[in-house]
Design a protein. Structure first.
Length: 91
C-alpha cells in the first residue's frame, strides 16, 4: 500500500474562505457574530493564511456557506514518507 501525505494549503484555504464569505454577502464582522467569535481577528487570520479554523468552525462555515468542508479546505496530496508539518489552528 502506497503512503501519501495530505497537506492543507493555508494560503489557498484562506483565499477560499474570503471568496465564500463574499459570495454569501457576509462582512467580516457579521461572519464573526454568526460564528459566535468575540472579534473578527480569527477570520482575518484565516483569510491571510496564518492559521486554519478549528473543526467546529469549519462545520459552522460549511453550514453558513451552504457547502461541504471539502469545498473550504484546499489540500495537496503527495506520495512519500515525509512527516507533514503541524498547522496552526485558531478559533
Amino acid at each position: 500500500m502506497d503512503i501519501f501525505e495530505v497537506f492543507v494549503d493555508m494560503q489557498a484555504t484562506g483565499n477560499k474562505i474570503k471568496q465564500l464569505r463574499k459570495q454569501n454577502h457576509y462582512k467580516v464582522f457579521d461572519l464573526a457574530n454568526a460564528l459566535g467569535l468575540e472579534s473578527e481577528q480569527a477570520i482575518y487570520k484565516w483569510q491571510r493564511g496564518q492559521c486554519l479554523p478549528n473543526a467546529d468552525n469549519l462545520v459552522r462555515l460549511s453550514i453558513l456557506f451552504g457547502c461541504h468542508i471539502d469545498d473550504i479546505l484546499v489540500h495537496n496530496m503527495t506520495a512519500g514518507e515525509d512527516e507533514s508539518p503541524l498547522l496552526p489552528l485558531c478559533a
